[in-house]
Structures are given as C-alpha cells and as structure tokens.
Design a protein around this ligand. Structure first.
Ligand code: GTR
Length: 432
C-alpha cells in the first residue's frame, strides 16, 4: 500500500513542482531535428478549386482572399469592421524629450463600443521638426513607460502580468517600472535614422490572460466585418490586438508629421504573431516585421519543433480562435501553414528574424516559412529569400522577404533594429 502511494506520488509530482520557464518548455517539446515529422505543406499557389495560380492578378483577386479566410476560420478568427466614430485626443501636451533628440506625443484613441469606449494610449517619439516621416509601430509588453527612461511618459494604469523585474505589483505598473524595457527599443538609432516610433501597451485592447476578453474589447464588439454575429471564440486575443493596430493606423493617417504610406508594423514574440496578422489583415502597413514570433507566428506549425500547436493552445487558450484547437497533435489537418501567412504580405516587404538560443520558437521553421512564401512574391517579380539553407548567424538574406538569425536569446536587440532600419531604408528609398 505504502509503495503504491509512493508510486502515485512520483507520478503526480512533476505536475506539482513549479517549473521555471525553460524547464516547462523542454518538458514536452521536441528539439531533435531528426524527430521532426514528415509533412506536406499546403501550396499557396493552388486555389481551393484546384486551379493553379500563375499570375499576380490571380493571386490578388482570387487566392489571397481564400488564404486570408482560411487563417480567419482556422487560426486567428475574424475581425470586426473599422468602427464608426473613432476619436483622437491628446493624452498629454506634445513636448521636446530625450534631451532634445525627439518630440514626444501622447495620443488617446477612443474606440466607441456599445457600452462606452476602449482607449488606446499611444506614445510617439518623432525626430524634431518631423513632417511626413516613416514610423515603426509596435506594441509593448508592460506599458509605454517601460520603453524609455523618460518621466514624461504617462504611467500605464492598465492590468498587466505581474513581474518583479518590470516593477509590476498587483498587476499594475509602479514608478519602478519606468525604462525597464529600454534595451529592447533602440530609440537613439531609430531617431537618428529619421524614423519615428509609435508604441502602445497591448493590454489596452485585451489583458493577456485566458479570461482577459471579459475586461477587453472582445466582449464589447459583437459583429464581424460582414455584420455577422461574432462570438468571443470566433475571434481571439491576437485578432483583437491586430485589429487595434489598425486603429493606430487610422490615427496615423490623420497625423501630418507621419508618412502614413511608410508605416512599418513590428512585433516581438506573441506581439510578432500579432504584427504578422495585422500586416495580413490590413494592407496599409507598408512593411511587416516578425521578431522571434515562433509558433502561430512565422514558424511552420507542421514541424512541431519547440513550441507546438497543442502546447500553445494549452498555455494560451485565448490567443487563437476555437478551431485552432482542432490541430493539437494534428497539425496536418490544418488547411494552412505559416508560410502562407508570410505570403499574405506580398508584394510588401516582410522581415522574419530569429535568435539562435530561441529554439522554442523554431528558428529553422521561421526560416522555412520566409523562404516558402517566395513563389508568391515571384508572381510580382520580387525576390524573396534566395538561399536554400538557413544562413549562419548575423548574415541576413533575401530581398522583399528578408531573414536573419542572430546570436543570443529570445529578445529584441540593437542588432535586430539595425537590420530593420536598413531594410526600411532600402525599401523606402532612403539612404544612410
Ligand atoms: C512564450 C510563448 C511563445 C511566445 C512568448 C512571448 O511563453 O510560448 O509563443 O509568444 O511567450 O510572447 O514572449
């Protein structure tokens, strides 16, 4: 009896012990390339009716919409229409900031709902005397006040994940939070190169937790873009966040200091998944950047390397739509894979970046997605990733689709920003 109890305890124990993130990651993830299953990817250039897509026109007018629908129905869910009655107000007076290197603007985007409004608090740093400058738009993880050591940034009042390192106490930011994410935002370089940075806390749209929809926008908008009823699980947190980026774009189109035709949407990790989905659903974004976006982002789901569909749906049931759960341990059944998400950017420039120590995000799967979107870009006469093998670290490859893997961990570094700025310069015809 005693030994039976002990045996039962031993079985139960692993789930009782609190694992740190890396241990939790390795517990049920494959990191062995030889164990990647054999898979066949869906072909972006075969239409639902079996017809071959051979021209840019067929892609634009037929196939693109099919793939977009497949992603809506199977991965991220639907999006509502742009709401009527959006309002933009100043959250704080526009001032010089960062020792005179920038102008700081703080704008509130008021999104009307049936029961009031959702407000997105936008922080912008623009080069001094900006007129029609290109900008990077990116969500941040812990509030605008974390991205720079600037006491003029309004402290976010929104709910956020507890995090000692970020000075978050009882799910709210404190003064200690200021500047705690500044290493991820190479502001000096961005401004020096003549770009603005526009950033928003993603939790303004929906708190990032399984029941965050209750407090977020998703439970307050009840119709999709076609006017059909929209249930909570018919869309997703990622769709809601992506849709929010569209509202930021709506604002940017009204701001003469910004060139709305040169807006780059960028995101890291879960927010990289979000920037890809925003770029796919809103073609006003001129360039799309995925930094270490991994599973449900740039990485091919069918490789099941590192984080898998089952794992992500279990840890983050709110990120994707209801149907995506059908592909737990069943990736082949999904009618799309993530190379087709990259293809939805065509012919706009898209950048996929990986980090060498970020095997959880499957750098090789991210590379393959970037590469395999190439045939769609070829229809437009644009080159994608023109090498067959994943390049060594610090060797960006590709033209309209670009890819790099850098040394180091899951993060955003100055190296990443330097590549993104070079990429934007080249495609916007700017020289440095
Ligand atoms: C991890 C998750 C990844 C990635 C990451 C992040 O826990 O498994 O898919 O999104 O979080 O957003 O930092």
């Amino acid at each position: 009896m005693k030994s039976l109890r002990l045996a039962m305890l031993a079985v139960a124990l692993p789930s009782l012990i609190l694992m740190n993130a890396d241990e939790a990651h390795s517990a049920d993830a494959n990191y062995d390339e030889s164990k990647v299953p054999h898979y066949t990817l869906p072909d972006p250039l075969t239409a639902n009716d079996g017809a071959k897509i051979t021209t840019a026109d067929q892609w634009t007018h037929k196939r693109r919409a099919e793939i977009l629908k497949l992603f809506e129905n199977n991965v991220y869910g639907q999006l509502p229409a742009k709401p009527a009655g959006l309002k933009f107000t100043e959250d704080a007076p526009t001032e010089n900031a960062l020792d005179g290197k920038a102008v700081r603007k703080q704008i509130a985007i008021h999104i009307p709902r049936e029961d009031g409004e959702t407000v997105m608090h936008v922080l912008m740093y623009l080069p001094v005397n900006s007129k029609s400058v290109p900008v990077f738009v990116a969500y941040n993880f812990y509030g605008n006040h974390t991205i720079a050591n600037d006491p003029g940034i309004l402290l976010s009042k929104a709910w956020m994940m507890d995090n000692d390192d970020k000075g978050v106490v009882n799910h709210h930011a404190t003064e200690e939070s200021r500047g705690t994410s500044s290493s991820r935002w190479d502001l000096d370089e961005i401004l020096k190169r003549g770009y603005g940075l526009v950033t928003i806390y993603y939790g303004d749209i929906e708190p990032d937790r399984a029941d965050g929809w209750k407090d977020g926008l998703r439970s307050r908008i009840h119709h999709d873009a076609d006017g059909k009823p929209l249930a909570i699980e018919d869309w997703s947190a990622i769709s809601a966040w992506a849709w929010g980026l569209g509202r930021v774009m709506d604002y940017l189109e009204t701001d003469p200091s910004v060139n709305a035709k040169q807006v780059v949407v960028m995101g890291h990790s879960r927010l990289g998944k979000t920037s890809l989905w925003a770029g796919a659903t809103d073609q006003r974004f001129a360039i799309v950047i995925s930094n270490d976006s991994g599973c449900g982002g740039a990485a091919l789901s069918r490789r099941a390397f590192g984080e898998t569909v089952k794992r992500i749906n279990t840890s983050f049931p709110h990120w994707f739509c209801k149907t995506f759960k059908n592909y737990n341990d069943n990736e082949d059944a999904c009618p799309v894979d993530q190379h087709e998400l990259i293809a939805l950017m065509a012919p706009r420039p898209v950048y996929v970046a990986s980090a060498h120590e970020d095997q959880w995000a499957d750098p090789k799967g991210e590379f393959l997605s970037a590469k395999l979107a190439g045939p769609v870009y070829a229809l437009f006469g644009e080159k994608g990733v023109d090498v067959d093998e994943q390049p060594p670290i610090h060797t960006p490859v590709g033209d309209f689709i670009r890819y790099h893997i850098r040394a180091g961990k899951h993060d955003v570094t100055d190296y990443d920003w330097e590549q993104y700025l070079n990429f934007a310069d080249r495609h916007f015809g700017r020289h440095h």
